[in-house]
Design a protein around this ligand. Sequence first.
Ligand code: SAM
Length: 278
Amino acid sequence: MEHGEALECLLADEGLLKSIELLGPHGGTDARKDKKLREVAGFCDVILHYVRKFLSREGRLRVLECSCGKSYLGIALAVLLRRLEGKETDLVGIDINEELLEKCRRLAGEVGLSDARYVADRSIRFRSEQDFDLVLALHACDTATDEAIAKGIELGARLILVVPCCQNQVRGQIKSGHPLTAVTQFGHARYRLANLLTDVLRAQFLQGAGYYVEMQEIGSPRLTPKNLCICARRTRRGPGKDRAQGYFQLKEMFDLKPALERLCPAAFRPGEVAGDTA
Ligand SMILES: C[S@@+](CC[C@H](N)C(=O)[O-])C[C@H]1O[C@@H](n2cnc3c(N)ncnc32)[C@H](O)[C@@H]1O
């Protein structure tokens, strides 16, 4: 993977960075903007790697950016795909914050993405007749990441790439009586294990839904501790409960009720999600 390619390309275009407000109007930056730029660029590098490997034959790419916020990611990615790969993007962003979306429409227009569409709603409520190649989410709070994953599975997206934010859901559910109490008796260890478990359960769930899953880092943990990217690619083998064994084992071991099962109840049933022809 070409780490740094996206950052180099974005830094070379001051006009773009000013338009999407990752640089101030006079070219100045601050620690928050610089961090966001590096997170976005690191994530774009991972996405570009997967697009080159698995979607190189597609002309236009249909991208759903869940919990888009100001859509830094979607807009920067669309510009990079055009510049580096000669690909146009049909970008749809979704977020519950309507005020931010007005801004997204303006920012997208300023960089020539006048077809970009922004929808005010929860990701899980998004409906579309259109297929999507990529479903993305950067730092979607807590179970909003699960909504993005569930939506990606439901839409049959070819690639689902998410960088989770705060992983609160499992933490409160870890009680005593499980096999790793020697670990979870220590507060910080319980916290770290819960974060890891949340993301591993997501990855295992995606495997059960017929995806091949890898984990990548979008940058150093010194840039952001929220640097883990769950990268899922839809495979031909389709969904199946037998492929979700790891998910069920972990869930039972800690007596957990992960949000994904509620959000995407048909995920392991062949023929019940888009794109699955079984
Ligand atoms: C930490 S911000 C990240 C925004 C953006 N992805 C970024 O990296 O700059 C989280 C965003 O998730 C949105 N959000 C929270 N719950 C949501 C949900 N259920 N569906 C869609 N968006 C949601 C919030 O409005 C907020 O804009």
